[in-house]
Design a protein around this ligand. Structure first.
Ligand SMILES: Cc1ncc(COP(=O)(O)O)c(C=O)c1O
Length: 375
Protein backbone atom coordinates (compact mmCIF):
# COMPACT_ATOMS: atom_id res chain seq x y z
CA UNK A 1 0.00 0.00 0.00
CA UNK A 2 2.86 2.39 0.80
CA UNK A 3 4.48 1.87 -2.60
CA UNK A 4 1.09 2.16 -4.29
CA UNK A 5 0.36 5.47 -2.54
CA UNK A 6 3.85 6.70 -3.42
CA UNK A 7 3.54 5.96 -7.13
CA UNK A 8 -0.16 6.05 -7.99
CA UNK A 9 -0.17 9.60 -9.40
CA UNK A 10 3.09 9.31 -11.39
CA UNK A 11 2.53 10.18 -15.00
CA UNK A 12 3.06 7.21 -17.31
CA UNK A 13 3.70 4.76 -14.48
CA UNK A 14 2.77 1.18 -15.43
CA UNK A 15 1.14 -0.44 -12.39
CA UNK A 16 1.80 -4.16 -12.01
CA UNK A 17 1.22 -4.28 -8.25
CA UNK A 18 -2.50 -4.96 -7.95
CA UNK A 19 -4.00 -8.45 -8.07
CA UNK A 20 -6.35 -7.69 -10.93
CA UNK A 21 -6.39 -7.32 -14.68
CA UNK A 22 -6.87 -4.18 -16.74
CA UNK A 23 -10.05 -5.26 -18.59
CA UNK A 24 -13.48 -3.88 -17.60
CA UNK A 25 -16.37 -6.19 -16.77
CA UNK A 26 -18.07 -7.35 -19.99
CA UNK A 27 -21.28 -5.59 -20.90
CA UNK A 28 -23.36 -8.78 -20.92
CA UNK A 29 -22.70 -9.02 -17.17
CA UNK A 30 -23.56 -5.48 -16.16
CA UNK A 31 -26.59 -5.48 -18.48
CA UNK A 32 -27.98 -8.30 -16.33
CA UNK A 33 -27.51 -6.14 -13.23
CA UNK A 34 -29.15 -3.05 -14.72
CA UNK A 35 -32.04 -5.14 -16.06
CA UNK A 36 -32.60 -6.55 -12.60
CA UNK A 37 -32.56 -3.06 -11.08
CA UNK A 38 -35.05 -1.84 -13.67
CA UNK A 39 -37.24 -4.84 -12.83
CA UNK A 40 -37.33 -3.71 -9.22
CA UNK A 41 -35.13 -6.39 -7.66
CA UNK A 42 -34.14 -4.07 -4.86
CA UNK A 43 -35.68 -5.78 -1.82
CA UNK A 44 -34.22 -8.03 0.86
CA UNK A 45 -33.38 -11.40 -0.59
CA UNK A 46 -32.22 -14.92 0.27
CA UNK A 47 -29.37 -14.78 2.79
CA UNK A 48 -27.58 -17.71 1.20
CA UNK A 49 -28.03 -16.49 -2.37
CA UNK A 50 -30.87 -16.54 -4.86
CA UNK A 51 -31.72 -20.13 -5.91
CA UNK A 52 -30.94 -19.66 -9.63
CA UNK A 53 -27.41 -18.44 -8.82
CA UNK A 54 -26.78 -21.34 -6.46
CA UNK A 55 -28.04 -23.72 -9.17
CA UNK A 56 -25.83 -22.03 -11.75
CA UNK A 57 -22.78 -22.40 -9.48
CA UNK A 58 -23.47 -26.12 -9.03
CA UNK A 59 -23.79 -26.55 -12.80
CA UNK A 60 -20.62 -24.53 -13.44
CA UNK A 61 -18.58 -26.71 -11.09
CA UNK A 62 -20.04 -29.89 -12.53
CA UNK A 63 -18.77 -28.75 -15.91
CA UNK A 64 -15.33 -27.89 -14.53
CA UNK A 65 -14.69 -30.94 -12.38
CA UNK A 66 -16.86 -33.62 -13.94
CA UNK A 67 -18.57 -34.67 -10.74
CA UNK A 68 -21.96 -33.86 -9.23
CA UNK A 69 -22.49 -30.75 -7.08
CA UNK A 70 -25.71 -29.60 -5.45
CA UNK A 71 -26.96 -26.03 -5.11
CA UNK A 72 -27.20 -26.33 -1.32
CA UNK A 73 -23.38 -26.54 -1.04
CA UNK A 74 -23.00 -22.99 -2.43
CA UNK A 75 -23.38 -19.86 -0.31
CA UNK A 76 -23.20 -16.50 -2.08
CA UNK A 77 -20.89 -13.94 -0.45
CA UNK A 78 -19.56 -10.41 -0.89
CA UNK A 79 -16.45 -11.53 -2.76
CA UNK A 80 -13.83 -14.12 -2.03
CA UNK A 81 -12.63 -12.12 0.96
CA UNK A 82 -16.00 -12.41 2.68
CA UNK A 83 -16.01 -16.15 1.95
CA UNK A 84 -12.63 -16.47 3.68
CA UNK A 85 -13.79 -14.44 6.67
CA UNK A 86 -16.94 -16.58 6.96
CA UNK A 87 -14.83 -19.73 6.76
CA UNK A 88 -12.72 -18.44 9.66
CA UNK A 89 -15.84 -17.50 11.64
CA UNK A 90 -17.14 -21.03 11.19
CA UNK A 91 -13.96 -22.77 12.27
CA UNK A 92 -11.77 -20.79 14.70
CA UNK A 93 -11.95 -18.53 17.70
CA UNK A 94 -9.70 -17.34 20.52
CA UNK A 95 -7.01 -19.89 21.42
CA UNK A 96 -7.17 -21.81 18.15
CA UNK A 97 -4.34 -21.90 15.66
CA UNK A 98 -4.40 -21.50 11.89
CA UNK A 99 -1.55 -22.96 9.84
CA UNK A 100 -0.65 -21.12 6.64
CA UNK A 101 1.91 -21.57 3.91
CA UNK A 102 4.12 -18.58 3.19
CA UNK A 103 4.57 -16.53 1.10
CA UNK A 104 0.87 -15.86 1.56
CA UNK A 105 -1.75 -13.34 0.54
CA UNK A 106 -1.92 -11.29 3.77
CA UNK A 107 -5.71 -11.36 4.18
CA UNK A 108 -5.69 -15.00 5.33
CA UNK A 109 -3.71 -13.96 8.39
CA UNK A 110 -5.87 -10.89 8.93
CA UNK A 111 -9.11 -12.87 8.89
CA UNK A 112 -7.73 -15.42 11.39
CA UNK A 113 -6.47 -12.70 13.71
CA UNK A 114 -9.87 -10.96 13.74
CA UNK A 115 -11.25 -14.24 15.08
CA UNK A 116 -8.67 -14.21 17.89
CA UNK A 117 -6.80 -17.19 16.43
CA UNK A 118 -3.01 -17.42 16.36
CA UNK A 119 -0.98 -18.09 13.22
CA UNK A 120 1.72 -20.56 12.34
CA UNK A 121 3.52 -20.10 9.03
CA UNK A 122 5.16 -22.94 7.16
CA UNK A 123 7.56 -21.53 4.60
CA UNK A 124 7.59 -22.88 1.07
CA UNK A 125 11.14 -23.51 -0.19
CA UNK A 126 12.47 -21.54 -3.12
CA UNK A 127 15.08 -23.36 -5.20
CA UNK A 128 16.02 -24.54 -8.67
CA UNK A 129 12.55 -25.89 -9.36
CA UNK A 130 10.76 -22.83 -8.01
CA UNK A 131 8.53 -22.86 -4.93
CA UNK A 132 8.02 -26.25 -3.27
CA UNK A 133 6.27 -27.51 -0.14
CA UNK A 134 7.89 -29.83 2.38
CA UNK A 135 4.84 -31.82 3.48
CA UNK A 136 6.54 -33.17 6.62
CA UNK A 137 7.28 -29.63 7.73
CA UNK A 138 3.62 -28.76 7.23
CA UNK A 139 2.42 -31.77 9.21
CA UNK A 140 4.98 -31.23 11.99
CA UNK A 141 3.78 -27.65 12.36
CA UNK A 142 0.29 -28.81 13.33
CA UNK A 143 -0.12 -29.10 17.08
CA UNK A 144 -2.96 -29.57 19.56
CA UNK A 145 -4.29 -26.04 19.02
CA UNK A 146 -4.35 -26.29 15.23
CA UNK A 147 -7.89 -26.19 13.87
CA UNK A 148 -7.42 -25.03 10.28
CA UNK A 149 -5.02 -25.44 7.38
CA UNK A 150 -5.24 -22.74 4.74
CA UNK A 151 -4.28 -24.12 1.34
CA UNK A 152 -4.18 -21.54 -1.43
CA UNK A 153 -3.35 -23.31 -4.67
CA UNK A 154 -2.48 -21.89 -7.18
CA UNK A 155 -1.08 -19.37 -4.72
CA UNK A 156 -0.95 -15.63 -4.59
CA UNK A 157 1.83 -14.38 -4.72
CA UNK A 158 4.15 -17.31 -5.45
CA UNK A 159 2.14 -19.17 -8.11
CA UNK A 160 2.97 -22.38 -6.21
CA UNK A 161 0.51 -25.04 -7.32
CA UNK A 162 0.02 -28.22 -5.31
CA UNK A 163 0.13 -31.54 -7.16
CA UNK A 164 -2.83 -33.90 -6.79
CA UNK A 165 -0.60 -36.16 -4.67
CA UNK A 166 0.20 -33.29 -2.30
CA UNK A 167 -3.47 -32.35 -1.99
CA UNK A 168 -4.36 -35.99 -1.29
CA UNK A 169 -1.71 -36.22 1.45
CA UNK A 170 -2.94 -32.97 3.03
CA UNK A 171 -6.56 -34.14 2.91
CA UNK A 172 -5.67 -37.49 4.51
CA UNK A 173 -3.70 -35.74 7.25
CA UNK A 174 -6.60 -33.33 7.89
CA UNK A 175 -9.05 -36.25 8.08
CA UNK A 176 -6.89 -38.09 10.62
CA UNK A 177 -6.52 -34.99 12.80
CA UNK A 178 -10.06 -33.69 12.39
CA UNK A 179 -8.77 -30.40 10.94
CA UNK A 180 -10.67 -28.06 8.67
CA UNK A 181 -9.14 -27.06 5.36
CA UNK A 182 -9.87 -23.62 3.99
CA UNK A 183 -9.19 -24.16 0.31
CA UNK A 184 -8.65 -21.06 -1.78
CA UNK A 185 -8.60 -22.22 -5.37
CA UNK A 186 -9.71 -18.94 -6.91
CA UNK A 187 -6.85 -19.09 -9.44
CA UNK A 188 -7.62 -22.71 -10.33
CA UNK A 189 -8.39 -21.94 -13.98
CA UNK A 190 -5.21 -19.90 -14.41
CA UNK A 191 -3.08 -22.99 -14.93
CA UNK A 192 -0.31 -23.37 -17.48
CA UNK A 193 1.17 -26.79 -16.96
CA UNK A 194 1.90 -27.84 -20.52
CA UNK A 195 2.44 -31.47 -19.53
CA UNK A 196 -1.04 -31.80 -18.18
CA UNK A 197 -4.25 -32.66 -20.02
CA UNK A 198 -6.19 -30.80 -17.36
CA UNK A 199 -7.61 -27.38 -18.05
CA UNK A 200 -7.40 -26.43 -14.40
CA UNK A 201 -5.03 -26.92 -11.50
CA UNK A 202 -5.26 -30.03 -9.30
CA UNK A 203 -8.09 -29.46 -6.85
CA UNK A 204 -9.56 -30.76 -3.63
CA UNK A 205 -12.84 -30.82 -5.59
CA UNK A 206 -11.93 -34.07 -7.31
CA UNK A 207 -10.49 -35.72 -4.18
CA UNK A 208 -13.01 -34.92 -1.49
CA UNK A 209 -15.99 -36.81 -0.13
CA UNK A 210 -19.14 -34.87 0.70
CA UNK A 211 -18.55 -35.18 4.46
CA UNK A 212 -14.98 -33.80 4.33
CA UNK A 213 -14.26 -30.70 6.37
CA UNK A 214 -13.33 -28.42 3.49
CA UNK A 215 -14.55 -24.89 2.97
CA UNK A 216 -13.81 -23.44 -0.45
CA UNK A 217 -13.55 -19.68 -0.90
CA UNK A 218 -14.33 -18.55 -4.42
CA UNK A 219 -14.96 -15.37 -6.37
CA UNK A 220 -16.20 -13.81 -9.58
CA UNK A 221 -13.43 -11.21 -9.32
CA UNK A 222 -10.69 -12.69 -11.44
CA UNK A 223 -12.29 -14.90 -14.11
CA UNK A 224 -14.88 -12.30 -15.06
CA UNK A 225 -13.03 -9.03 -14.31
CA UNK A 226 -15.41 -8.23 -11.44
CA UNK A 227 -13.03 -7.20 -8.65
CA UNK A 228 -15.06 -4.10 -7.83
CA UNK A 229 -18.39 -5.93 -7.66
CA UNK A 230 -17.58 -7.84 -4.48
CA UNK A 231 -19.29 -11.05 -5.49
CA UNK A 232 -18.10 -14.54 -4.57
CA UNK A 233 -19.16 -17.68 -2.78
CA UNK A 234 -18.33 -20.08 -0.04
CA UNK A 235 -18.76 -23.76 -0.79
CA UNK A 236 -18.97 -26.26 2.00
CA UNK A 237 -21.00 -29.16 3.42
CA UNK A 238 -24.73 -28.59 2.90
CA UNK A 239 -25.28 -29.53 6.54
CA UNK A 240 -23.74 -26.17 7.50
CA UNK A 241 -26.49 -24.27 5.67
CA UNK A 242 -28.34 -22.99 8.73
CA UNK A 243 -25.23 -21.85 10.55
CA UNK A 244 -23.86 -20.15 7.42
CA UNK A 245 -27.22 -18.45 7.01
CA UNK A 246 -27.00 -17.12 10.56
CA UNK A 247 -23.50 -15.80 9.98
CA UNK A 248 -24.46 -14.11 6.72
CA UNK A 249 -27.50 -12.60 8.44
CA UNK A 250 -25.29 -10.93 11.05
CA UNK A 251 -22.43 -10.04 8.67
CA UNK A 252 -24.05 -8.58 5.59
CA UNK A 253 -27.64 -9.88 5.40
CA UNK A 254 -26.92 -11.16 1.93
CA UNK A 255 -25.81 -9.92 -1.46
CA UNK A 256 -27.91 -7.52 -3.53
CA UNK A 257 -30.14 -9.50 -5.92
CA UNK A 258 -29.13 -7.44 -8.97
CA UNK A 259 -25.50 -8.32 -8.31
CA UNK A 260 -26.45 -11.97 -8.13
CA UNK A 261 -28.18 -11.67 -11.52
CA UNK A 262 -24.85 -10.41 -12.84
CA UNK A 263 -23.23 -13.53 -11.40
CA UNK A 264 -25.69 -15.75 -13.27
CA UNK A 265 -24.93 -13.88 -16.49
CA UNK A 266 -21.20 -14.32 -15.88
CA UNK A 267 -21.56 -18.09 -15.57
CA UNK A 268 -24.13 -18.63 -18.27
CA UNK A 269 -23.31 -15.98 -20.89
CA UNK A 270 -19.68 -14.96 -20.39
CA UNK A 271 -17.71 -18.19 -20.53
CA UNK A 272 -15.86 -16.91 -23.63
CA UNK A 273 -14.80 -13.87 -21.66
CA UNK A 274 -13.48 -16.01 -18.80
CA UNK A 275 -11.46 -18.02 -21.32
CA UNK A 276 -10.11 -14.79 -22.81
CA UNK A 277 -8.88 -13.74 -19.36
CA UNK A 278 -7.02 -17.03 -19.06
CA UNK A 279 -5.52 -16.61 -22.54
CA UNK A 280 -4.54 -13.03 -21.73
CA UNK A 281 -2.75 -14.20 -18.58
CA UNK A 282 -0.95 -16.97 -20.52
CA UNK A 283 0.29 -14.43 -23.07
CA UNK A 284 1.30 -12.00 -20.31
CA UNK A 285 3.17 -14.76 -18.52
CA UNK A 286 5.32 -15.36 -21.64
CA UNK A 287 6.19 -11.66 -21.92
CA UNK A 288 7.16 -11.37 -18.27
CA UNK A 289 9.06 -14.66 -18.09
CA UNK A 290 11.08 -13.94 -21.21
CA UNK A 291 12.54 -10.81 -19.61
CA UNK A 292 13.09 -12.35 -16.18
CA UNK A 293 14.76 -15.45 -17.70
CA UNK A 294 17.41 -13.26 -19.35
CA UNK A 295 18.93 -12.07 -16.08
CA UNK A 296 21.23 -14.40 -14.19
CA UNK A 297 20.80 -12.37 -11.01
CA UNK A 298 17.01 -12.74 -11.07
CA UNK A 299 15.88 -15.83 -9.14
CA UNK A 300 12.75 -17.03 -10.85
CA UNK A 301 11.12 -20.21 -12.12
CA UNK A 302 7.86 -20.20 -14.02
CA UNK A 303 5.14 -21.35 -11.64
CA UNK A 304 2.29 -23.49 -12.95
CA UNK A 305 -0.57 -21.30 -11.81
CA UNK A 306 -2.16 -17.93 -10.88
CA UNK A 307 -1.17 -14.72 -12.72
CA UNK A 308 1.84 -13.48 -10.83
CA UNK A 309 5.60 -13.62 -11.24
CA UNK A 310 7.27 -13.63 -7.83
CA UNK A 311 11.04 -13.30 -8.01
CA UNK A 312 14.10 -11.99 -6.18
CA UNK A 313 17.02 -9.94 -7.50
CA UNK A 314 20.49 -10.68 -6.12
CA UNK A 315 21.80 -7.69 -4.23
CA UNK A 316 18.34 -6.14 -3.84
CA UNK A 317 16.99 -7.83 -0.74
CA UNK A 318 15.12 -4.84 0.65
CA UNK A 319 12.01 -5.18 -1.49
CA UNK A 320 10.33 -2.09 -0.07
CA UNK A 321 13.30 0.18 -0.81
CA UNK A 322 13.76 -1.30 -4.29
CA UNK A 323 10.03 -1.02 -5.12
CA UNK A 324 10.24 2.73 -4.31
CA UNK A 325 13.35 2.99 -6.53
CA UNK A 326 11.56 1.23 -9.39
CA UNK A 327 8.80 3.84 -9.21
CA UNK A 328 11.35 6.67 -9.38
CA UNK A 329 13.88 5.18 -11.76
CA UNK A 330 11.85 2.90 -14.08
CA UNK A 331 8.29 4.26 -13.73
CA UNK A 332 6.86 0.83 -12.97
CA UNK A 333 4.94 -0.33 -9.91
CA UNK A 334 5.79 -3.72 -8.39
CA UNK A 335 4.41 -5.13 -5.12
CA UNK A 336 7.20 -5.62 -2.56
CA UNK A 337 7.43 -9.13 -1.12
CA UNK A 338 7.51 -7.80 2.42
CA UNK A 339 3.70 -7.65 2.23
CA UNK A 340 3.45 -11.44 1.86
CA UNK A 341 4.71 -12.85 5.14
CA UNK A 342 7.85 -14.61 6.36
CA UNK A 343 10.33 -15.63 3.68
CA UNK A 344 8.95 -13.23 1.09
CA UNK A 345 10.81 -10.08 2.16
CA UNK A 346 13.36 -10.13 -0.68
CA UNK A 347 10.85 -10.83 -3.47
CA UNK A 348 8.84 -8.76 -5.93
CA UNK A 349 5.42 -9.49 -7.40
CA UNK A 350 4.30 -8.64 -10.90
CA UNK A 351 0.69 -9.19 -11.98
CA UNK A 352 0.66 -10.18 -15.65
CA UNK A 353 -3.09 -10.24 -16.37
CA UNK A 354 -2.61 -7.13 -18.50
CA UNK A 355 -2.40 -5.90 -22.09
CA UNK A 356 0.58 -7.32 -24.01
CA UNK A 357 1.59 -3.80 -25.09
CA UNK A 358 1.67 -2.40 -21.57
CA UNK A 359 3.45 -5.47 -20.22
CA UNK A 360 6.08 -5.40 -22.97
CA UNK A 361 6.79 -1.74 -22.23
CA UNK A 362 6.95 -2.42 -18.48
CA UNK A 363 9.32 -5.34 -18.94
CA UNK A 364 11.52 -3.29 -21.20
CA UNK A 365 11.76 -0.66 -18.46
CA UNK A 366 12.54 -3.31 -15.86
CA UNK A 367 15.15 -4.90 -18.16
CA UNK A 368 16.89 -1.57 -18.73
CA UNK A 369 16.91 -0.90 -14.99
CA UNK A 370 18.37 -4.34 -14.26
CA UNK A 371 21.09 -3.80 -16.90
CA UNK A 372 21.98 -0.48 -15.29
CA UNK A 373 22.35 -2.20 -11.93
CA UNK A 374 24.67 -4.81 -13.45
CA UNK A 375 26.78 -2.26 -15.36
C1 LIG B 1 -5.65 -15.81 -2.97
C2 LIG B 1 -6.79 -14.86 -2.98
N1 LIG B 1 -7.93 -15.21 -2.40
C3 LIG B 1 -8.99 -14.40 -2.37
C4 LIG B 1 -8.93 -13.15 -2.96
C5 LIG B 1 -10.14 -12.27 -2.80
O1 LIG B 1 -10.83 -12.00 -3.90
P1 LIG B 1 -12.10 -11.02 -3.87
O2 LIG B 1 -11.75 -9.89 -4.76
O3 LIG B 1 -13.19 -11.81 -4.42
O4 LIG B 1 -12.35 -10.62 -2.46
C6 LIG B 1 -7.76 -12.72 -3.58
C7 LIG B 1 -7.65 -11.39 -4.18
O5 LIG B 1 -6.64 -10.94 -4.63
C8 LIG B 1 -6.65 -13.61 -3.59
O6 LIG B 1 -5.51 -13.28 -4.18
Amino acid sequence: VEVFNYGRTREGLIPLWAGEGDTPTPQIIYDAATRSLADGETFYTYQLGIPPLREALAGYFEGLYGRPFTADEFYVTCGGMHAIQLAMQLTVSHGDEVVLLSPAWPNFAGSAIIQGASLKYVALDHGDTGWTLDLDRLFDACGPKTKVLVINSPANPSGWTASAAELRAILEFARERGLWIIADEIYGRFYYDGDSEQAQAPSFQTLRETHDRILFAQTFSKNWAMTGWRLGWLQGPAALGQIVENHIQYNTSGVAPFMQRAGIAAIEDASDFAQSQIDRAAAGREIVCQTLDKFANVRFKRPAGAFYAFFSIDGHDDSMATAFRLVDEANIGLAPGVAFGPGAEAFYRICYLRSPEGLSEAMQRLGTWLEQQNA
